[in-house]
Design a protein around this ligand. Sequence first.
Ligand code: 5RP
Length: 231
Amino acid sequence: MNADDLKKQAAARALELVRPGMRLGLGTGSTAKHFVDLLGAKVAAGLSVICVATSEATQAQALSLGIPMSTLDETPELDLTVDGADEVDPQLRLIKGGGAALLREKIVAAASARMIVIADDGKLVQKLGRFPLPIEVVPFGLEATRRAVAQAVEAAGAAGELVLRRRPDGAILVTDGGHHILDAHLGAIERPELLAQALNVVPGVVEHGLFIGLAAGAILAGEGGLTILGG
Ligand code: 5RP
């Protein structure tokens, strides 16, 4: 079974959590895309739900499948959000933002009664940080913000290079919110809560990819079957 099959398996299991009338948050990335595809088929077969997307890409996909879409202004409280992740640790702390959608992903997750992560089990790590931590920053004052981020990272006991994310064509990546992303190559994050707090107070940092206390559960698909964390 390849990684994409595993992602689809996790998405299919998450679909079992969806009930008629639910208000859903739809994640971003290749795993979440499977969930939206499967949800679209259910909607076509008569399931009634209302959804909020975490990115313009997911919004376009959902609309193309005929899924009824709303916004957090019209629907500020969601029942369930299903989203992927770049890393998950056993305490359900996450690194997200590999797809540059972390800001909307975190807002939607925070507005949800329950967030469930779907992923292949290669995303499960004992310690976060092998995947570069995305930090979303405003373009104004980028170099000053980069230095302040480096100091905050150091103060939190971590260290590593901060790399401005670029698109495949070499242009600086711009997020859906009009910001840039610094990817922090930290290797291992010993104290994720401390790092999150340190980054939260840096002027110019809009959001970071440490999701702590947001995921209620994770569905991780591997060759040996599904691993379920949390509930
Ligand atoms: C996007 C994300 C994604 O959920 C994360 O990058 C995982 O993506 P994939 O399912 O493609 O591995 O956080 O910002």
